[in-house]
Design a protein around this ligand. Structure first.
Ligand code: AMP
Length: 273
């Protein structure tokens, strides 16, 4: 169940006019893929009717979204994107298949200045397969923006990564160990990276990864934005959140309220599922 505060925040402080929806000239020459006609569950269909065009996204990003075949934001995207664009931290509970990847990729891409030769979004995932999938989503959605995406995981030579990092990288996607290695060697410069995303945070914060995550965070600027997505919220995620959040507040971990500049999003109460 969504907490009413979620609605209040969206309805009261983030008004969506319909700025770009009447001007669809950016669609000229673009071809969306064939429609997906498979039956969909409520996770995907129970939207409030917000449009991507109402989110004040860059035209080039809207073009990528359109070409990916995304007609309307899914519920997790409706909830997350406006809050993320306001540069608030997010703790979102969402299952795979709900559109959660685009829920953090879209606001991450929106914030990137392609004229700047710096890593500006760090997207951490627990597996190589997920890293490849996530980087693919970045490339598809960022196709018209000129965004340079690099994916790095264990299992490839460090030398290749070092060479790649000598060229422009705006979005770095990967598993924590390899990225820490690159950051520790001074090869991956995260000092101006304002966006830090953890997907499948429950896995990223398992005992195997948690110390690496802590060390990695130290390479990012203090005022970075954190977006944390997880299908479940075990204690380990809640504990980590305490050390992660930078706002001047004491998080109340027993509720799903927005706290300080953090916003918690839950589409479904999955505590039993
Ligand atoms: P994910 O939950 O990120 O694994 O996404 C599940 C699937 O939904 C992927 O195939 C996405 O391409 C697709 N998808 C994500 N957002 C949308 C959207 N707004 N409209 C249609 N399909 C979407």
């Amino acid at each position: 169940m969504r907490h009413p505060f979620t609605y209040n925040l969206l309805n009261d402080s983030l008004h969506f006019n319909r700025p770009a929806s009447s001007d669809s000239s950016w669609k000229v020459g673009l071809r969306p893929p064939p429609k997906d006609v498979r039956p969909q569950t409520e996770d995907v269909t129970a939207t409030k009717g917000l449009e991507f065009e109402e989110m004040f996204l860059r035209r080039e990003l809207l073009m990528g979204i359109f070409e990916a075949g995304f007609e309307k934001p899914s519920p997790i995207q409706e909830e997350s994107i406006p809050i993320a664009l306001a540069k608030r931290d997010i703790l979102a509970r969402a299952k795979n298949g709900t559109g959660k990847t685009a829920a953090f990729v879209i606001p991450s891409l929106q914030q990137i200045d392609v004229s700047k030769n710096k890593i500006q979004a760090l997207l951490l995932v627990p597996t190589r397969e997920l890293a490849l999938q996530t980087s693919q989503v970045c490339k598809i959605l960022g196709k018209h923006m000129g965004i340079q995406v690099m994916v790095t995981t264990g299992g490839t030579t460090l030398k290749d990564d070092i060479l790649r990092l000598s060229e422009t990288v705006h979005v770095l996607v990967g598993t924590p160990g390899r990225i820490l290695d690159l950051a520790g060697k001074g090869v991956a410069d995260l000092s101006e990276c304002p966006v830090f995303v953890m997907d499948e945070a429950d896995k990223l914060l398992s005992p195997e990864f948690a110390p690496v995550m802590e060390q990695l965070l130290a390479f990012l600027p203090a005022d970075r934005q954190v977006m944390l997505f997880s299908a479940t919220f075990p204690m380990i995620v809640k504990d980590f959140k305490v050390s992660l959040w930078t706002g001047p507040f004491v998080p109340d971990l027993t509720t799903e309220y927005a706290i300080g500049k953090t916003h918690e999003i839950s589409l479904r109460d999955q505590s039993h599922g």
